[in-house]
Ligand binder design. Structure first.
Ligand code: BG6
Length: 391
């Protein structure tokens, strides 16, 4: 309650129509009045949690009414755009060109809240700061990788937004592909800002989609504000390859959907099977590194051990790092981290435009496949056709 009171007393509300330039003058006036009243230093952060159609007008009107100035020094003026940035490659280019007329790229944060999830920001760190992983992180030892972003929730009251976007644009173009980039990028010179963005962009540019399966949950067309004849996908499964020496031949599977059996955001890195002379019946199970983002943030590595007793059987056991068991009380929300990083000027939480371009190229290529839409039961694993897809 104390925190809320402080927050409440320092919050002000000005209603603005994003397309009405005169509304921005009122906002500008309010900002200046408050800065003066509280002797603020003049740092300003504009946060656009709006559809991307409004990014250009909001930027233009904010700059024209002096809420934001084109500047890189202090006090800083920054702007955040929530994903998705555009609806396709063409619209993303238009928006970016519009913004570039008014602001320096350094002032712009195209954000993806997955990049500040505790376990996601651990991926690169665990990879590059433990020498046991990096030598194995390639097509000699890894057989395939699964990236899962399953949701139990339906579209709820976000029907009108979601129906215009769907799973590919809402989840794959940003969250899923950014996860893929973090898992597959080459080692950045430093684990910060521009170095990470450079490597993410480089690998995303080499990703190509081979196959995809799209689905829609039964009852989606009856959701509020959804077109009753909608052909928007609420589920997508993809098979992707990366055309570089490290990953040639390794399939990457992305799976995401709404109204599935449970919430599960995880990455499964499946290693190749080994030959083992001790095992009489077949080869031992392949090792797997599982990164669980939600629920129960953890890293788990499956190891093969001997079944106790006289048996020669090999059984897999998990070596687990449970985040909450070790770091109690450190469950910081990804949006808390995001705001903090933007205020301190850390750019790795912001997606560079060339990353966005590559991601749209992948999604646009899937859209061009004109794939059929398979219906699936709510609370299921997805369309039944998934069985053939994964084989
Ligand atoms: C948002 C999508 O970016 O991410 C939503 O627009 C989705 O549709 C949400 O539900 C999932 O985020 P999280 O953090 O709950 O996995």
């Amino acid at each position: 309650p104390e925190v809320w009171l402080t927050l409440k007393d320092s919050s002000y509300y000005v209603r603005v129509n994003a397309l009405e330039s005169s509304d921005f003058s009122a906002l500008s006036h309010q900002v200046r009045t408050l800065e003066k009243k509280f002797s603020l230093c003049g740092n300003r952060l504009l946060y656009c949690s709006t559809a991307s159609d409004f990014f250009c007008p909001i930027t233009e009107h904010s700059v024209r009414s002096n809420i934001l100035e084109r500047r890189v020094g202090l006090p800083w003026h920054r702007i955040v755009y929530e994903k998705p940035f555009g609806k396709d490659l063409v619209s993303a280019h238009e928006i970016n060109a519009c913004i570039a007329q008014y602001l320096e790229d350094e002032q712009v944060y195209r954000i993806d809240h997955y990049l500040t999830e505790e376990l996601v920001s651990n991926i690169a760190l665990v990879r590059f700061s433990n020498c046991i992983f990096e030598p194995l992180w390639n097509n000699r030892y890894i057989s395939h990788v699964q990236i899962i972003l399953n949701e139990k929730i339906t579209v709820g009251n976000r029907g009108s937004y979601y129906d215009a976007y769907g799973a590919l644009k809402d989840m794959v173009q940003n969250h899923a592909l950014e996860l893929l980039a973090l898992i597959t990028m080459e080692a950045p010179r430093q684990l910060t800002g521009e170095y990470i963005r450079q490597e993410r962009a480089r690998v995303l540019n080499k990703v190509r989609c081979m196959d995809a399966l799209l689905g829609q949950y039964e009852g989606y067309r009856n959701e509020p504000s959804v077109n009753p004849q909608s052909i928007t996908e609420t589920f997508a499964a993809l098979q992707l390859f990366i055309d570089n020496p490290r990953w040639a031949g390794v399939p990457f599977y992305i799976k995401t959907g709404k109204a599935l059996h449970k919430k599960d955001t995880s990455v499964h890195i499946k290693f190749k099977q080994v030959d083992c002379l001790r095992v009489q019946q077949g080869r031992p199970p392949a090792n797997c590194l599982t990164i669980q983002v939600t629920p129960n943030p953890s890293f788990a590595l499956s190891l093969n051990v001997k079944q106790p007793g006289f048996s020669h059987e090999v059984i897999p056991v998990a070596m687990e790092f449970c985040h909450s068991c070790i770091f109690q009380g450190h469950g910081i929300e990804s949006y808390e981290v995001l705001l903090q990083e933007v205020m301190s000027g850390e750019h790795s939480v912001s997606v560079r435009f060339d990353e966005i371009e590559s991601a749209w190229k992948i999604v646009d290529s899937i859209k061009d496949m004109n794939l059929p839409l398979h219906e699936y039961a709510p609370e299921s694993f997805g369309p039944l056709e998934l069985i053939n897809f994964e084989n």
